[in-house]
Design a protein around this ligand. Structure first.
Ligand code: FES
Length: 118
């Protein structure tokens, strides 16, 4: 049995049996994580929130520590820098909503509310 990785809010769970980056795990699960730098810790667009068993995660890389100021394996991490070991365990990864999608969703909700006044 490998590492179970649960992605929220999508509610998708996959099992990882060999070490991969969290970004690759998300791609395998069909979960979209924004990137621009190709996984070089340059764009900071792949920020996710990680929670669960620390022993299945690599500690923060030097670029993560420098750019995010993180010192813990959990909490805010760069998906391109975290590696999941594939050992037995469970982690939950919360992927923030794409800002453009969030804006469109808010505007549609506001429009719906305005229409209901008439
Ligand atoms: S993909 Fe750019 S910082 Fe992770």
């Amino acid at each position: 049995m490998g590492t179970r990785v649960r992605f929220e809010p999508q509610g998708i769970e996959i099992e990882i049996k060999h070490a991969v980056s969290l970004l690759d795990a998300a791609r395998r699960a069909g979960v979209s994580v924004r990137t621009r730098c190709g996984g070089k810790a340059g764009c900071l667009m792949c920020k996710v929130n990680v929670d669960g068993e620390e022993r299945v995660l690599t500690p923060p890389s030097s670029p993560e520590q420098r750019k995010l100021g993180v010192v813990s394996t959990q909490g805010l991490r760069l998906a391109c820098q975290v590696r999941v070991s594939g050992q037995e365990g469970l982690i939950t990864v919360t992927v923030p909503e794409d800002p453009l999608k969030a804006l469109v969703r808010r505007q549609l909700a506001e429009r719906h509310n305005d229409d209901s006044l008439w």
